[in-house]
Design a protein around this ligand. Sequence first.
Ligand code: PLP
Length: 261
Amino acid sequence: MNYKAKALTIAGTDCSGGAGVQADLKTFHTFEVYGMSVITAITAENTQQVKSIQDIDPQIISDQIDMVFEDIRPDALKIGMVSTEKTIKTIAKKLKEYKFDKIILDPVMVAKGGEFLLKKNNEKFLIEELIPISYLITPNIPEAEIISEMAIKNIEDMKNACIKIYEKGAKNVLLKGGHFKGEIATDILYDGFNFYEYSEKRINSKNTHGTGCTISAAITSLIAQNYTLKDALTIAKDFITKAIKYAPKNIGHGHGPLNHN
Ligand code: PLP
């Protein structure tokens, strides 16, 4: 295959293949983008639960980033699960060193089963270190509530939270409304000037494992190919809607994986 671009994910693994680095690499491949991965943590998890987590030594994280950047250098990258203060600070230092700005930040905090993927009380490091270097941050409602320090109950609240998150230094904010109940799932993009709404009919499905990872990987694939942010989000939203709609029905006993094709 002649790849259209190169993308990197800096994230945790999911041995069951539905979320984390595995979901990201599958998604990059679908978009015909060459995928690379810097592993921050190894999780033992499946479609039902996260059993345990091993954080990777920050020196090895730093070395992985060096190896990728010194040789191939991505066109865009995403950051997913970052687990600890040290991990966050290592990533921020390295990406500043390489003066890299096509960074999509998925502020992963808690898994569907309630397990902490980012250590408790470490959110402030993610906010202080990673938001200011991000081109786009993609929080869901619970993550946006923590970052903006406000409750989000409706579209108006979503817009106010976007402004608060933007003020923390991200160049663009995509607040995903999938956690709201209702017929329509609306995501809001704020670029510091205007709000743009992306709405799709909600699909009720229990196959939602790795949804956040997959949409941010899709956006990263498109930004790597120099799509405008607005076009990238339109395509990525359509992709994630179909990924949920056509998810395989026969894999795992819990929140099954998506269709990454
Ligand atoms: N496992 C890893 C390694 C992740 O990066 C993520 C990302 O958000 C998840 C699990 C969460 O998946 P879910 O929200 O489907 O539990």
